[in-house]
Ligand binder design. Structure first.
Ligand code: UD1
Ligand code: MG
Length: 422
């Protein structure tokens, strides 16, 4: 992308409408802070001048910013215009085009952004807005157009009269400016509104009145415009993002039997011909190989890796677990802090008791082991290859290779005479 574009991301606001102690931009969508999606978008522009404006609990927000992003602090959260002013203070010496993004706008796509910037540059516009048409525009700033259909202002919902509230074209908050026009006119903004804030949106009327060229393009898919201010909008964004994630996996050859009840976080990997049954939750960072079968009612948490041809079946919870190829964990099991080899069969109701009340301990199960139903493995424990546990065993010690154990606590019965498993 063009080198002379700077980006300012506004992310200083509180979480007032979320009613939350957590800064709004850190609220999670599909297992990731919403600001993360905006940062990805910005990365796609390859700009060398990216500024994030932080304020409320900035020490938490800055943790998720890449090093290349400059930070500007907005001292008093008195409105979006003031936030932009803070952002510009980190762009001294930069001349050219400034793109403004809101940190609570995670569904925007890079294609749309590029279209907006191209339009702005090609037509030599002073300020280009990304607008959207919404059937229910409540909550958003409305785009005002004059008789010639030129944009002449933005009125915020709170300050709008009934006629203005009826306008269906809204401000997405994404705008591109010639930097000098933005900078020199911010100072004319006054907090003459119900919230007594300095609204960035007022700059549109100021520029238009001065005869500068203000224009807008409409985003085709209005869902991209969704701004997250409330928990309800957070849930809507989550469901739209989930659809995108699930669609991507299905296109890549993963069967998802019921996408509506399948929750796969951002940043997971799933191989082709894997089948995901309904009511399954797969959290961030989980890796699943090819031809696996997961669910129904499976919960795969952080740091789970399934190699190829693994079954993690009904009512399974796994966390920090590596499962070798062709291993079956088919019914009601908890596998935590564990490494399982290949061709292992885990009987129904098996539990790796990983927590002793103080620390988490590891379980290692080698290849071709056959764990009987209802076995409890009290970690730390290592179960040697071709070992077998009887139903209801409570394993409290390491088990040598090719050994059959049973009982509470499990005792060695004999050598396993045939290779267990499959
Ligand atoms: C804003 C727009 C509205 C638009 C909507 C789109 C204004 C005045 N209104 O309203 O026209 O339709 O977004 O989603 O801009 N922020 C700061 N410092 C501040 C205040 C806000 O950094 O002092 C940041 C917030 O963290 C947020 C962004 O600016 O990321 C937008 O603020 P928000 O309060 O969500 O504005 P909206 O009411 O949604
Ligand atoms: Mg908002």
């Amino acid at each position: 992308m063009k080198k002379d574009i700077a980006v300012i991301i506004l992310a200083a606001g509180k979480s007032t409408r979320m009613k939350s102690e957590v800064p709004k931009v850190l609220h999670s969508i599909c297992g990731r802070p919403m600001l993360g999606y905006v940062l990805d978008l910005v990365a796609s522009l390859k700009s060398r001048h990216v500024v994030a404006v932080l304020g409320h609990k900035q020490e938490l927000v800055r943790k998720i910013l890449p090093k290349s992003v400059k930070i500007a602090i907005q001292k008093n959260l008195i409105g979006t215009a003031d936030a932009v002013k803070a952002g510009l203070s980190a762009l001294k010496g930069f001349k050219g085009t400034v793109l403004l993004l809101y940190g609570d706008n995670p569904l925007l796509k890079d294609k749309t952004l590029k279209k907006l910037i191209d339009y702005h540059l090609k037509n030599n516009v002073d300020a280009t807005l990304l607008t959207a048409h919404l059937k229910k525009p409540a909550g958003y700033g409305r785009i005002m157009r004059d008789k010639c259909f030129n944009i002449c202002g933005i009125v915020e919902e709170k300050d709008a009269d009934e006629v203005q509230k009826d306008i269906k074209e809204i401000n997405t908050g994404i705008m591109v400016f010639k930097k000098d026009k933005l900078e020199e006119n911010l100072k004319y903004i006054r907090p003459n509104n119900l919230k007594k804030e300095y609204y960035l949106t007022d700059i549109v009327e100021i520029l238009a009145k001065k005869g500068y060229l203000v224009d807008g393009i409409k985003v085709e898919d209005a869902q991209e415009a969704l701004g997250i201010n409330t928990r309800k909008e957070l849930a809507q964004a989550g469901s739209l993002m989930q659809t995108r994630i699930n669609d991507k996996f299905m296109q890549a050859g993963v069967t998802i039997m019921d996408p509506k009840s399948t929750f796969i976080n951002f940043g997971t990997k799933i191989g082709s011909d894997t089948k995901i049954y309904p009511f399954t939750v797969i959290e961030r960072g989980v890796k699943i190989g090819k031809r696996c079968s997961v669910g129904p009612f499976a919960h795969l948490r952080e740091n789970v890796e399934l190699k190829d041809d693994v079954t993690a079946g009904n009512f399974i919870e796994m966390v920090r677990a590596k499962i070798g190829s062709k291993t079956l964990v088919k019914h009601f099991s908890y596998i935590g802090d564990s490494t399982l080899g290949s061709n292992v069969n885990i009987g129904a109701g098996t539990v790796t008791a990983n927590f002793d009340g103080i620390r988490k301990n590891n379980t290692i199960i080698k290849d071709n082991v056959n764990i009987g139903s209802d076995t409890i493995i009290v970690a730390p424990a290592k179960i040697g290859k071709f070992a077998v546990t009887g139903a209801g065993s409570v394993v409290t010690k390491n088990i040598p290779d090719k050994t059959v154990v049973a009982g509470v606590p499990a005792r060695i019965l004999r050598k396993s005479v045939f290779p267990a498993g499959r």
